[in-house]
Design a protein around this ligand. Sequence first.
Ligand code: UT7
Length: 329
Amino acid sequence: MQKLRAARILGWGKALPDRVLSNQELERIVDTSDEWIRTRTGIRERRIAAPDTAASDLALLAAQEALAKANLTVEKVDLIIVATVTPDMVFPATACLVQSRLGASRAAGFDLEAGCSGFLYALATGREFVASRTYDHVLVIGVEVLSRILNWQDRNTCVLFGDGAGAIVLGPAPLGEGILSTYLGADGAGGGLLSVPAGGSRRPVDQDVLATGAQYIQMNGSEVFKFAVRVMGEASLKALERAGLDLSAVSYLVPHQANQRIIDAAAKRLRLSPDRVIVNLDRYGNMSSASIPVALAEAADEGCFKSGDVLVLVGFGAGLTWGASVVRW
Ligand code: UT7
């Protein structure tokens, strides 16, 4: 058997809809205030996809940018993994729609759903394919058009989320470089805290569903908050332990962007000052699977990371799920 190898990030990209929805505009839609949203969450505005834009449209743009940055032609892509809870449709997979439009005819493709932890699950999966030498180049995409599954009459949820896509290209690296560790967790018993109850095989959409809004995101915010604060720290520490590193090695935290207070708690647990934490939720809200790859792409574009920096990517979400990954840049 051939020796294992590592996977590293060769390129990154992002795509965000042009339309900005501010807190002030939301004040005219539901009973909320800019002050409440900013102080409770840290969000100032979010992006909303145009009516004719679906997940694969944003995913395609992010993927093209990531491939260009990696200086890789589409023929080199072996596998496309799309993490999303808002695919274009139930099937075919959004990964296959992207594969066709990208012209990546050699690539296999599938979607993966792990709530807001989706990108971390997809990253861990892609890394295994590269490490095992099954594939050389894996495109990992996190994309959401959450505005389509939000109840715009429910102030508990509609102020929190936004639309966008982020992508990375993974390629081979010597052991000890690139992705140093991954750690994933799940607790299905908490699934009811954050869900879209209807629209699947358990409860297909019918008149009753439409009347109650059960086809939209429903969330017990305060319970998810407590869970998030607990697992963000725990998952980061587990991933660091697996990488054989301690807290002093961490250069930057790239957290899932759900709530500034959750991010602050994670940073405190990892003893990181605010300048070591990548934050974009003030501008984009919670983009679920897209939050981490967009934050990563923006920070990388700004030249934030230097070679050898150690990044901790960490997130949590529906499932319940959580995960973390330690990356040497
Ligand atoms: O990626 C995973 C997705 N989910 C999350 O990450 C969510 C995690 N949870 C959170 O971020 C926070 O729990 C929230 C931001 C959702 C809520 O903050 P909170 O400090 O936990 O507030 P709360 O749920 O305890 O609600 C406090 C009050 C309630 O009013 P009463 O019952 O105390 O009178 C809510 O009805 O705030 C009210 N409220 C609002 N008020 C104005 C809830 N949403 C709004 C709103 N505008 N948009």
